[in-house]
Design a protein. Structure first.
Length: 155
């Protein structure tokens, strides 16, 4: 943002300078040379954000330590999101079973996050009072892709 502000300021000042020099200079060869130099500076001022971005983000010139820190921060954020989501998913699935009249004593969900930020479940482990009904309800809720392991607990 700061680079853009400086660029806009430089373009405004240079365009004003080009206009003033154009009015003040005679129409001889010296006036054309000075005007050409100022117009080249104007073009450079316009192109500087693109040149700055190309230099700043060219491969091999970035700060490796900064990239490693950024990746570690992203990984920590992913783990935090999964850690906060897991109890909610487990509570929702237990609630689904309880609504169906099945006592659920334990629920564990294996959650993961892909590169696009989508959270998906690979496995559910549960301890319930009615094994067949719990398997059917969880399968309907989660689909065929999720591995469901239900252990029947006798009351």
């Amino acid at each position: 943002m700061e680079v853009m502000q400086h660029t806009v300021m430089a373009v405004c000042l240079l365009s004003a300078a080009v206009g003033m020099v154009g009015l003040a200079m005679p129409h001889g060869s010296l006036g054309r040379q000075v005007r050409l130099i100022l117009e080249l500076l104007f073009v450079l001022a316009l192109a500087s954000p693109l040149l700055h971005r190309q230099i700043a983000f060219s491969p091999g010139q970035g700060n490796l330590q900064q990239e490693v820190q950024m990746q570690a921060a992203e990984d920590a954020l992913r783990e935090q999101i999964i850690a906060e989501s897991r109890p909610r998913v487990e509570a929702a699935l237990c609630g689904l079973l309880t609504e169906s009249g099945i006592a659920c004593t334990k629920m564990e969900a294996d959650l993961h996050m892909d590169d696009s930020g989508c959270i998906y479940c690979t496995e559910i482990r549960a301890e319930c009072s009615d094994l067949p009904a719990a398997c059917r309800i969880l399968r309907e809720a989660l689909g065929e892709e999720v591995n469901i392991c239900v252990t029947e607990v006798l009351s």
